[in-house]
Design a protein around this ligand. Structure first.
Ligand code: NOJ
Length: 493
């Protein structure tokens, strides 16, 4: 007990020191959240365009990404603020339907390609390196309507075609590629719980079928780059995986095992196949089978063939991590014999919640828990072969920020504190635990369309005035703070 208390007191201690030389400092965004121009210049509809236009709207305040930050027209402003921040990298995503309006090579939208070429050129000539995410959730609607999107294994080849085209057209200037952003959020809220686009609900199988297709799509695109482009383009390609860090609710064996299961069904659901052995972990296989057998069914978990396992295993050049928060995790039994409802959420046998003492943000799901950053980084080092890690997202909303006016809107002390604390945990992971962290991308460069929460949540280092047709971007205090950390390459004594 004493040990626990002592550990909590020292856990948040601040250390001074610098990040490794050539540490990759950056800021991040995503196409649907910033571009707008949803139907301009030949762009096809995406599942998020479609979802936000549903009646009644599933989005807070009926917001849409129709205009967003209007980066399609104001991308030069984005590059300006990136320069002002002093970052070396900009992580942004390509809109698949802007490049391939119906998702396939049958129609290539050159105007969409021109847009990204202009953005990339502007970045490179400004000394900011592009880091491109190929898929940040905006699937061409045609692929959803006609094929069922990520539930159809045909998507693996569609994605591979799209990826190859992007390597061909942009790879001369782009050295960092991320195939998929947060596949967990695609598979579970998107195709299992039906809470985000495309809103497909299949609690029993949706998550696993989508997960397998996402993993194979990633792996095939990785091999395409590896075989056809790496020798001439000399870049790196991987996937960005997100996860909360589980803190056991109590020290009981039961809750600790629950924490292990939590990770197995979140971080490890994607990391295990890609970084360990080409297949879902034993924990996942065991849990799903157990629940199926209890109802007299065969396992719902799709398996990887031997050939698929070979393609998947090792398909990474670094570990892309999006990390935001800890969750408290408790054991929750969900076996009721024949009555067991078949569901991804029941398979885990966990219950999660947030500790009331963790500082709040504007998002109900997010509280400030920096210590989880160091823990998850160490876990990745120890469980996935000490990979080079790039933190591709981390950041926050601030309680009350949305409605703040005048100067108060820009004085985001909470966010300053957030970056200071989370970055310090990254530094500790590097210095004290020997974790190979190569970079950090702040989420987000500027306020944007926060999916189901619309514009009500602001994650930006820059405030965006959504009432202003010019979508003026203004630095918050956190932008100045982040700039200073970058200049010092850490925390000087
Ligand atoms: C992760 C997602 O990749 C990003 O799109 C989102 O805005 C942030 N989390 C904040 O929720």
């Amino acid at each position: 007990m004493d040990g626990d208390v002592f550990e909590k007191i020292t856990r948040d201690d601040f250390i001074h020191g610098q990040f490794p030389e050539n540490f990759m400092w950056g800021a991040a965004s995503a196409a649907y959240q910033i571009e707008g121009a949803w139907n301009e210049d030949g762009k096809g509809e995406s599942i998020w365009d479609h979802y936000c236009h549903l009646e009644p709207s599933p989005i807070r305040n009926h917001d849409t990404g129709d205009v967003a930050c209007n980066s399609y027209h104001y991308y030069k402003k984005d590059v300006e603020i990136l320069k002002e921040l002093g970052v070396g990298f900009y992580r942004f995503s390509l809109s698949w339907p802007r490049i391939l309006p119906n998702g396939t090579l049958s129609c290539i939208n050159e105007k969409g390609i021109d847009y990204y070429n202009k953005l990339i050129d502007e970045l490179v000539s400004s000394g900011v390196q592009p880091m491109i995410t190929l898929y940040h959730w905006d699937l061409p609607q045609t692929l959803q309507t006609h094929y069922g999107g990520w539930l159809n294994d045909g998507i693996q080849d569609f994605f591979n075609d799209y990826a190859r085209l992007c390597f061909q057209r942009f790879g001369d200037r782009v050295k960092y590629w991320i195939t998929l952003n947060e596949p967990w959020e695609v598979a579970i809220p998107g195709y299992c719980r039906g809470e985000t686009a495309p809103g497909h609900r299949d609690m029993a199988k949706g998550a696993y079928i989508a997960a397998k297709n996402l993993i194979l799509s990633h792996a095939k695109a990785w091999h395409t780059y590896d075989k056809e482009f790496r020798a001439t383009q000399h870049g790196y390609i991987s996937i960005t995986i997100d996860s909360s860090w589980p803190e056991s609710f109590t020290a009981s064996n039961e809750d600790q095992m629950a924490s292990e299961r939590f990770l197995a069904f979140h971080l490890d659901l994607f990391a295990h196949p890609i970084f360990v052995n080409g297949d879902f972990s034993n924990i996942v296989q065991h849990q799903v089978l157990k629940h199926c057998q209890a109802a007299g069914l065969e396992s719902r978990l799709p398996r990887f063939s031997e050939e698929e396992r070979k393609i998947v295993k090792g398909s990474h050049d670094f570990f892309g991590l999006n990390f935001y928060r800890c969750q408290l995790v408790k054991h929750k039994s969900s076996l009721n014999g024949m009555k067991t409802p078949q569901s991804f959420d029941k398979d885990r046998e966990t219950e999660e919640f947030l500790h009331s003492s963790w500082p709040r943000t504007d998002a109900t799901w997010l509280r400030m828990t920096p210590f989880g950053m160091r823990r998850i980084l160490k876990f990745i080092k120890e469980n996935y072969g000490n990979p080079r890690i790039i933190i591709t997202e981390n950041g926050c909303t601030q309680a009350g920020e949305h409605d703040a006016i005048d100067e108060n809107a820009l004085h985001d002390y909470f966010r300053v504190d957030w970056y200071r604390r989370y970055l310090n945990e990254v530094l500790k992971a590097i210095k004290l635990d020997g974790v190979d962290v190569a970079g950090y991308m702040a989420w987000s460069l500027m306020d944007n369309m926060e999916w189901n929460d619309g514009y009500s949540l602001r994650f930006g280092l820059y405030r965006v005035d959504f009432e202003d047709p010019q979508r003026k971007r203004t630095p918050k205090l956190s932008a100045r703070y982040y700039k200073k950390v970058i200049q010092d390459n850490g925390f000087l004594a």
